[in-house]
Design a protein around this ligand. Structure first.
Ligand code: PMP
Length: 385
């Protein structure tokens, strides 16, 4: 027999970067600048807390929304760091990674036929998430001219006034762009004017190298229409522990919790102990990792400029987004530099409209490897461009 796959599943194409992994496997000297996760291990204090919780046999489910103590710690943390005020009882839900939180939001707020406007290029999970929930996607491209920041003009031109929700990700994966308060104001105004729900993925908030991160939820009239996503994968180097959270008004978080309590019950318990400790005692570890990312960022940006590849001053996350030299598509460049020089980068097209002609280069890799990889890219460009 053959399975009858749902139309929704069939509509979504497989991930565009799989082919690159296959090529990468053909060589054993590949340096990967293709990854989207920290190269650091989880800070020891957080690992110790996880180990201790296991030794003490703390292996049961927690409250659906997450351990109360952890929600209190999250409330204090987002208040201190980002000026966000959310109540532990009703306005915070702890999830299996920010990924689960994003998925819950789409399922809680999207009806069939609803449209989600997505500022692109962006993280690859939003579009499938909307489609799995039965909605439709409206791409809102951002451009190099605007340093990949979203503008009200861009929203207008894409027809986002007709959309039901807007998905934002700043600091951005894949471009490394950030949005300052002044950049966010007109976006907030647009959202208020056209009554859009805003889903704001702020998982890279700590990884902001110029100024401080501003959450769109702190702007006037935005708290009541925004869900903020964050988590421990990036800043606390905890990807494999799978822990994230969403912040929002009680009604919205309650709806997300309704789905979560049936599908997930509760986020991983061991990871919740690690996360609590991460918030309580790992601030210096985070500062140290951020300082290292920043050194790498400056190195990579200056090397691309030396090589003669146009790159804008990416100020957040751990990616930069150089333009490929003339004569190449992004995909050609990525494939050839991988085959000839053994450097893996991701073509920008994979991340949606606006990404064409660019490469996502991750610097979540040690300086030694970054040095080697950039020398190989330089050799490749000298030979071909
Ligand atoms: N959002 C963005 C923008 C990401 O880059 C990632 C991870 N690559 C996620 C969410 C998923 O994070 P988590 O590990 O918390 O599910």
């Amino acid at each position: 027999m053959t399975f009858e796959l749902s139309e929704r599943v069939q509509t979504v194409p497989p991930s565009g970067i799989r082919r690159f992994f296959e090529i990468a496997e053909e060589r054993d000297d590949v340096i990967s600048l293709g990854v989207g996760e920290p190269d650091f291990a989880t800070p020891w204090a957080a690992r110790d807390a996880a180990i201790a919780s296991l030794e003490q046999g703390k292996t049961s489910y927690t409250a659906n929304r997450g351990k109360r103590e952890l929600r209190e710690a999250i409330a204090a943390y987002v208040g201190d760091r980002f000026d966000l005020g959310y109540a532990p009882d009703e306005e915070i839900i702890v999830t299996a990674g920010a990924s689960e939180a994003v998925d819950l939001a789409f399922r809680a707020f999207v009806d069939p036929g609803d449209t989600a406007a997505i500022a692109q290029p962006s993280y690859i999970s939003y579009e499938p998430g909307v489609i799995f929930a039965g909605g439709e996607v409206l791409s809102v491209p951002t451009t190099r001219e605007d340093d990949f920041r979203l503008t009200a003009d861009g929203l207008e031109q894409a027809g986002a006034d007709e959309a039901d929700m807007l998905v934002l990700c700043y600091p951005n994966n894949p471009t490394g762009a950030i949005m300052t308060e002044a950049d966010l104001e007109p976006i907030a105004e647009f959202a208020r004017e056209h009554d859009l729900t805003v889903l704001s993925d702020e998982i890279y908030a700590e990884l902001t190298y110029e100024g401080e991160h501003t959450s769109i939820a702190t702007l006037e009239g935005m708290r009541e229409r925004t869900i903020v996503f964050n988590g421990f994968s990036k800043a606390h180097a905890m990807t494999g522990l799978r822990l994230g959270y969403a912040l929002g008004p009680p009604e919205a978080i309650g709806a997300m919790n309704k789905i979560h309590q049936y599908t997930m019950l509760s986020a991983p318990t061991t990871a919740q102990y690690a996360a609590l400790e991460a918030l309580e005692s790992c601030e210096n570890d985070v500062r140290e990792m951020v300082a290292q990312y920043d050194r790498r960022r400056q190195f990579v940006l200056s090397r691309f400029r030396e090589i003669g590849m146009d790159v804008f001053e990416a100020n957040g996350a751990f990616y930069c987004f150089p333009e490929v030299p003339e004569g190449f598509t992004a995909e050609e460049f990525a494939e050839e530099v991988l085959r000839e020089q053994g450097v893996a980068v991701v073509p920008g097209d994979v991340f949606g409209e606006g990404g064409e002609g660019h490469l996502r280069v991750s610097y979540a890799t040690g300086l030694e490897d970054l040095r080697k990889a950039l020398a190989r890219i330089e050799a490749f460009v000298e030979e071909h461009a």
